[in-house]
Design a protein around this ligand. Structure first.
Ligand code: SF4
Length: 351
């Protein structure tokens, strides 16, 4: 039997159409939308809906509800990693990070990933399936619920940087971004949302033309095509120059500063000449470079650069006027990098 449609996955307009088909007043859709986006998971708790409507909703629809398999807080309690079970028994993970200005959730957009980056734990089993917008929203609501329970500030920022390549699940991701931006729901500003891509060039152009003004982070990780191809499969499809041109287009169209992510991998992309070439490529582009000391994954061979190499790399970028930061390594004690908690959980389950 086909699963009932998930109401969390629907826009207000879609809910209004459903209500018309159920012979109900469209304004009820607004009431339902507000309850859903507050994290209410049972129709019975929606006290302003009439009993007859609740009956209709119960018989034809469902609300996606994630089951928490693991909750791991870092020793400083500011980073919490969640492992969730979806209704089809797939497992996803996301991580909340508390900053002085609020809480940001890094969430997953796919189960697995087909991009095959050689340093990433999410990619080992390939792509299982895309997440729906409702399943992405369910991560935010479940994490928010947990934060409230632990008296932590609620989520006011999102990074689509967990498992999966967001631009490989374009329509659902766009729908999700519009859902969380809706003032009747979570009302998260576009400027507080960052989408991270490994560089799906045509979709970067499409996103720039949407007029959403969200932040864009691009995983560059190498200044030369030869090195990028060694560590990222996507580099066989698009060159470094094409990725940077698409990023420049994004900045020109949206005015939002683009961040280039650069994970330093020992002996691969961390030499001074790589830093020099990166400076040359980004000259005149008001962007930002986020240098990431690699979070080593147990079964993958890539190693983290030495502290000296990391410092030298950053100082070369600084000396050329490039806006550069070193990513704060939050939650290293709880398998902080994407895909690592799930991998550890599955390993434990297999005994
Ligand atoms: S780094 Fe991102 S795009 Fe690359 S395999 Fe991992 S999840 Fe996919």
């Amino acid at each position: 039997m086909a699963e009932k449609p998930d109401l969390l996955d629907m826009t207000l307009e879609e809910l209004e159409r459903i209500f018309v088909s159920l012979d109900e007043k469209p304004f009820r859709a607004r009431q339902l939308f507000k309850w859903l986006h507050k994290g209410t998971t049972s129709f019975e708790q929606m006290t302003d809906l009439p009993a007859t409507l609740i009956e209709k909703l119960n018989s034809g629809y469902r609300i996606e509800r994630l089951v928490t398999l693991e909750r791991l807080a870092s020793s400083d309690k500011r980073t919490v990693k969640y492992l969730y079970l979806l209704s089809d028994n797939n497992i996803i993970e996301c991580v909340s990070m508390q900053y002085p200005y609020g809480t940001t959730l890094c969430l997953s957009t796919q189960v697995g990933c087909r991009m095959g980056c050689s340093f990433c734990a999410s990619t080992t089993g390939g792509l299982v399936r895309n997440l729906t917008a409702g399943e992405m929203l369910a991560q935010v609501l479940a994490a928010d619920d947990d934060l409230a329970e632990h008296n932590k500030p609620s989520i006011n920022g999102l990074v689509l940087m967990g498992c999966g390549e967001p631009l490989d699940n374009y329509d659902n991701v766009l729908k999700f971004i519009k859902l969380v931006h809706n003032p009747l729901g979570l009302n998260i500003g576009y400027r507080n949302i960052t989408l991270s891509t490994c560089g799906l060039v045509p979709k970067m152009y499409t996103l720039a033309d949407e007029g959403l003004n969200i932040n864009l982070a691009v995983s560059l990780h190498a200044p030369y095509d030869s090195i990028r191809r060694e560590i990222m499969k996507i580099a066989h499809a698009y060159s470094v120059a094409e990725v940077i041109s698409a990023a420049r287009y994004y900045f020109d169209k949206t005015g939002r500063r683009v961040t280039f992510e650069y994970a330093l991998i020992s002996g691969t992309n961390d030499k001074p000449e790589h830093a020099e070439e990166l400076c040359r490529l980004l000259r005149g582009f008001p962007c930002h470079v986020n240098v990431i000391p690699l979070n080593e994954v147990k079964h993958l061979s890539r190693k983290r650069s030495s502290e000296d190499r990391i410092k030298t790399f950053i100082s070369i970028l600084q000396s050329k006027g490039i806006n550069v930061t070193r990513r704060r390594e939050m939650g290293l004690d709880i398998n902080g990098a994407c895909g690592q908690l799930k991998a550890a959980y599955l390993e434990k389950e297999r005994g």
